[in-house]
Design a protein around this ligand. Sequence first.
Ligand SMILES: Cc1ncc(COP(=O)(O)O)c(C=O)c1O
Length: 473
Amino acid sequence: METMNEADVARAAALDRVRELAREFLAGLPERSVGARQGFDAMVAALGAPLADKGIEPEEAVSALARAVEPGLVASAGPRYFGFVIGGSLPAAVAADWLTSAWDQNSGLTATSPAAAAASSVVAGWVKELLGLPKDGAVGFVSGCQMANFSGLAAGRHAVLARAGWDVEKKGLQGAPEVHVAIGEEAHATIVSALRMLGLGEGRAHRVAVDGQGRMRPDALEKTLAPLSGPILVAAQAGNVSTGAFDAIDEIAPIVHAKNGWLHVDGAFGLWAAAAPKRRHLTRGLALADSWATDGHKWLNVPYDSGLVIVREPENLKAALTKSGAYLIRTETARDNHDYTPESSQRARAFVLWATLRSLGREGVGALVERCCSLATRFAERLRAGGVVVLNDVVINQVLVRFEPPAGVEAAAFTKAVVARVQQGGVTWASGTSWHGQECLRISVSNWSTTEADIDRSAEAILAAFRSEAAGR
Ligand SMILES: Cc1ncc(COP(=O)(O)O)c(C=O)c1O
């Protein structure tokens, strides 16, 4: 039998300890306080001793970390967390993520990991098929939808300027023909920051009017584009972060293409509706766009970080993002991930996606999406029955509500107070937001492990907070 050296022993001890700690944490998730029990300052105090001159054993270091941060952890991976749009992590996803760290592959080049490059290639095909997107499209595995939006719009910036005879990668934007950008009034903040990073300027973007659910109005887009000529970039949305509403891509795409423009779709979570037979109709026309952005770490329930950019014509993504260098060994027939992402070195995110999709199967992905949607409808019904105002059409997994105050109490302050009570209660957690001038509570049902009982318990906790606030208790 081989004998283990000291480093092997220390590593094995650390990994065994982490296995215990992780299993304990995950088993306790359903019943721990959903919100953090301690905040930033307490966490800094717990973690913030001066860096010691001398180190400690790996096992002691990870144990100390787990002890220090425990009260500041949020149970966002658990079944009654409905804040932002977060999603948990499926068992296959967490396990494959551990392996991804142990393998520590650099997924940037086939030369640095044929396995990671091949997994990327296979997952790219699976994702395009699941979402009904062009099978020859390029897929980049990025850190999240922010970078997916950036990458899709970078490909679009390249394409529309190339059509105008301008090489933006070589010459930059100085002296370039103006790129006209149109985005909905409800475009996500990450579209706006992508425009900033791409030198297109958030302030120059035309903001297109939306309807009562936050959908870009095709007639308003047509009017906006009518007087414009030259390079045009439009960003639409599949899944509004507040209401879950989908822009009508089937109507928007022909309007953009009639102007020879580029259509990007931000579908951070909503794109996955295309994988669920009963919700697919919401994404009508999706395949007509030129680029798409989505996340694995939201509705597909893989751990952070995992985003995906998809571009119809691979040359456009590659032209925008490719890197070259004498030492970068290129593989003609294989896939070099760094051609499709802003990053050079990168985590092998495709391993986790492969294991997750393999464990769910096509039907499992559809069922996960459908289950969250049905649970969101149940949530809305429970709250409505308790006197809460549901503000959106619950078409997928997002529920937006407002709390009617007693006579004489200011509405915004009342809803904020109910939201604070909910968040402090520990049973459930959802985010406050404002929607069309009203303070609201936004609920996103995105976790694979949420059950009907979790929904009922959470709805009851919210109604209890509402009643207590109304009674001034
Ligand atoms: C519609 C939409 N776009 C983009 C994003 C940004 O995604 P990420 O935080 O993964 O970068 C989000 C996040 O909630 C979103 O809902």
